[in-house]
Each structure stands twice: as C-alpha cells, then as structure tokens.
Design a protein around this ligand. Structure first.
Ligand code: CA
Length: 288
C-alpha cells in the first residue's frame, strides 16, 4: 500500500541536490523533480509564483469540488493529483485566510483541512466556518495523532480526521463517505419552488399557484437530480445513469428532448429558460 507522507525535506533527500543554499537547493530539486515526475512538474511552477494564490483548476470539468487547504506544497500537490485522478474538481489554498475565503466564495462540497497553517490554523478556520453556519464537510488532515488534537478538531467542526501518513485508499474512502453523507442530507430537500410553481418531489405532485400541473415520473426524477446538485451542473451522462438507469440505451439527445419538454411546462419562456439552464458542453443546472 502506498503511504502518503510528503515533506519538503523528504524530496530533498530523495533527489541529489548539490551543495547550494537551502533555497537554491530547493529550487534545483524542484527542477529535478519536474523531470522525474510529470505531476510535480506541473505543480511546482505555480507554487514558485505564489504559494498563497488560490489555484483554480480547469479540469476535469465534472465531479464534486474539493478544496484543499494545506501549506506544504508537496502534500498539496499529491492530494490534488490523487483527487483529480478520481474525477474530483480541485481547488487549493496555501494558508488559512485564503482557505477561508475560498470556502466562502467557492462553496466546495468538501474541504480537506490541514491543522498547522499560516495566518489562520485549521481549528480556528473550522470553528469560523461553523459559526457562519457553513456546513461544508471538513476532513481534517494532520501529522499529529494525539487524541487531544482529534477532539479539538472535531469540536471545532471537523467531520472526520485523517492522520498523516495515510494511504490513498483511506483518503479516497473517507472523501467518498463524507460526500455520500452530504448527498443524503441534500436528498432531504424534497420540494422545489420555482416562482409560482410548487413541486413536491416525494409525492410527485406539482401545481402552478393552485392549479395542478402534470409532470411525468421521469420529469420528477430530472428535477430531483437537478435539485440535489444544489445549483451545480448535472452532466447528460449522470441524467442517463440516474433517470434512465444502466439498462436502457438512450442517447444524450434523449436527455435534451426531455429537458425541452420539461422547460415547456415550467418555464415562462422555454427559449430563454429561467430555471433549467444549459451549461454548454456539460449538461444542465438548476438556477434557484
Ligand atoms: Ca501544515
């Protein structure tokens, strides 16, 4: 099993670095690492520009968004690489203040939070998010495995704990578990109000004002999926998986046709939809 325990001195030990100053040595090593390891080669140049900068990554375009708040660049890079490989969209911040700002503005679905951080430590950051009633799940990462740190972390709003070094499998399992928990909670939101339209997703009834509306079971399923995404885009493939299931063989055009029919029912102007927005090249999202 591959354990992740990345520290800068570890990399210095791992590659021949010459006898220059610590800073020059690090720089030399980064260059060497970039030759040795394509993943690190991508990540180190941005680190060299600014470690405090929030790095917004463009790809892959689907999957839940995870914010990594970690000041140690090698660890940040490893986490980012692992999560991106699994299809998550990754945002990173290198100190507590940048992390808090990113959490509030980007509203990721999960936060990986280091404890020992410059400017604002992980405990304070977690507590601040919870005091603002931000309920994004927090997976705290720490090199410490002392019991009091776990207690402090959980008291300050962390949902789970991961002690460095940890395995890739363990990290991913905990990430999946936390995301599942959030999704279950999201499912509790069982009604949708779109202007004067009220949709009961449990009873599968809908009305405009007091007048009943007829929606098909599939249209309710489409709306439920959109509602569960909380404003995030839902891909056509995801619609096919969830609404049509794996056994059917519809095409993505099927999704588009059903969305068009649904828009005709719920939108004032189906050509300029207010509620179900097209996300070009991706799918659809609900604007509520
Ligand atoms: Ca740290």
């Amino acid at each position: 099993m591959h354990l992740i325990n990345v520290h800068s001195h570890g990399f210095r030990d791992a590659v021949p670095c010459g006898r220059a100053s610590a800073r020059a040595r690090r720089r030399n090593c980064n260059v060497q690492i970039s030759h040795l390891h394509p993943v690190f080669g991508q990540a180190f140049p941005s680190m060299a520009m600014s470690t405090n900068r929030l790095e917004n990554l463009q790809n892959p375009p689907s999957g839940p968004r995870i914010l990594i708040i970690e000041d140690e660049a090698p660890m940040r890079t490893v986490l980012k690489d692992i999560l991106q490989t699994e299809g998550y969209r990754v945002l990173t911040a290198a100190d507590g203040e940048a992390g808090l700002a990113a959490a509030l503005t980007e509203k990721p679905e999960l936060i990986l939070l280091d404890i020992m951080l410059p400017k604002l430590d992980g405990f304070a950051l977690g507590a601040q998010l919870r005091s603002l009633e931000v309920t994004i799940p927090i997976l705290m990462l720490t090199a410490k495995d002392r019991i009091e740190d776990r207690v402090t972390g959980l008291d300050s709003g962390a949902d789970d704990y991961l002690v460095k070094p940890f395995s890739t499998d363990e990290l991913l399992a905990r990430v999946r578990a936390l995301l599942r928990r959030t999704r279950r909670q999201a499912r509790l939101a069982t009604a949708l109000d779109l202007g004067d339209i009220h949709i009961d997703l449990v009873r599968q009834t809908a009305r405009r004002g007091r007048k009943p509306m007829y929606l098909t079971a599939r249209e309710f399923a489409i709306l439920r999926l959109l509602a569960e995404a909380g404003g995030e885009p839902v891909t056509r493939d995801r619609f096919l998986d969830v609404v049509w299931g794996y056994t059917a063989f519809p095409t993505t055009r099927t999704v588009d046709n059903h969305i068009a029919a649904l828009r005709a029912k719920i939108e004032v102007d189906p050509k300029d939809p207010r509620w179900i927005r097209t996300v070009h090249g991706v799918g659809y999202r609900l604007e509520v």
